[in-house]
Design a protein around this ligand. Sequence first.
Ligand code: IMP
Length: 199
Amino acid sequence: MLRLINGMTLVIATHNPGKVPEIAALLGENYRFVTAGELNLPEPDETEATFTGNAMLKARHAAALSSEVAIADDSGMSVAALDGAPGVFSARWAGPAKDFSIAMKKVETRLEEVGATDRSAWFTSALAVAWPDGPCVVVEGRVDGTLTFPPRGDRGFGYDPIFVPETGELTFGEMEPAAKDAISHRARAFARLRAALID
Ligand code: IMP
């Protein structure tokens, strides 16, 4: 049975040091965390068409190169009327400057172009844990909502200012971080991961 054991080393397959406290807070402090960046592991191209595919690809890559258990995430926003776009391209729609005002405008423009009245959208977070000898566990969390324009709120990041979760009226960009964390796709994915590998 695949389990995360207290005290074990977990490689976080990211070059973003900001993800370490987030993952440590969500998984608990019982592991020794090291990032792929600290180990100088090369970053693989995210070539898969799904969030789970990309999360598994990143976790497997880091586990194989480090010979340690590795965890990776992949997330993004999908718009129903745009056939799920931007989806796995969520970060790329913000361009090299990572400007999400551009990405949010692009979503609005595309919706106008297709003449869609359906504003349904959802965030997905996939989390994968890979063992160096091959096994891999992947889970997904999702939160549904509707899009609103113009963007509202300066909290959060990415597409938060245009997303109103179905449980409320504020955008993720207007909500208290704790209120977002209570219902977010990421929190739901971590709850599933804990249930699968820790509890
Ligand atoms: P990743 O780092 O490849 O997983 O890219 C995820 C991208 O999806 C981010 O750059 C954000 O644009 C978007 N995204 C994922 N989760 C959220 C969220 O909770 N709020 C807003 N945008 C998000």
